[in-house]
Write a protein that binds this ligand. Structure first.
Ligand code: HEC
Length: 107
């Protein structure tokens, strides 16, 4: 019986952490992302051209969100982007991710 309980516990924990990864884009709002992107395109080219700063248009939305979380946690180490990402909440990151993924002129 104990083993069975442990098994169920494992399944529940496993499923919820899996769901978390799947929900990187929860609450995404394209219009909100466009609004927030104003700050980003002062450095990142709006046309998706790399001028020393990488272009971020057309990046896969989940990849984009993962990168932002990596900056947020300091896993990816860049002072400017760590500061930018540190101020964004999950909904804002999701919205920016879907906006830039849909933006043209990118990779
Ligand atoms: C002050 C300038 C500046 C601003 C503002 C800025 N970024 Fe950046 N961003 C950079 C630089 C510089 C890099 C490259 C960092 C490196 O080389 O490690 C970068 C890297 C990135 C990357 C990784 C790109 C890649 O291909 O590796 C993403 C994604 C990104 N920024 C998203 C954003 C978003 C979203 C915003 C707005 C909320 C934003 N940035 C605002 C300067 C900026």
């Amino acid at each position: 019986m104990k083993t069975l309980l442990k098994f169920f516990f494992f399944v529940v924990v496993f499923c919820s952490s899996y769901a978390k990864a799947e929900n990187l884009l929860d609450g995404a709002d394209l219009g909100y992302g466009e609004y927030l992107s104003g700050e980003c395109v002062t450095c990142h080219s709006k046309d998706g051209v790399d001028k020393g700063i990488p272009a971020i248009n057309g990046l896969d939305a989940e990849v984009f969100a993962s990168i932002m979380y990596a900056y947020k946690t300091g896993e990816m180490d860049h002072p400017v982007m760590m500061m930018v990402a540190g101020r964004l909440d999950a909904e804002q990151i999701a919205s920016l991710a879907v906006y830039f993924a849909a933006a043209s002129g990118g990779k």
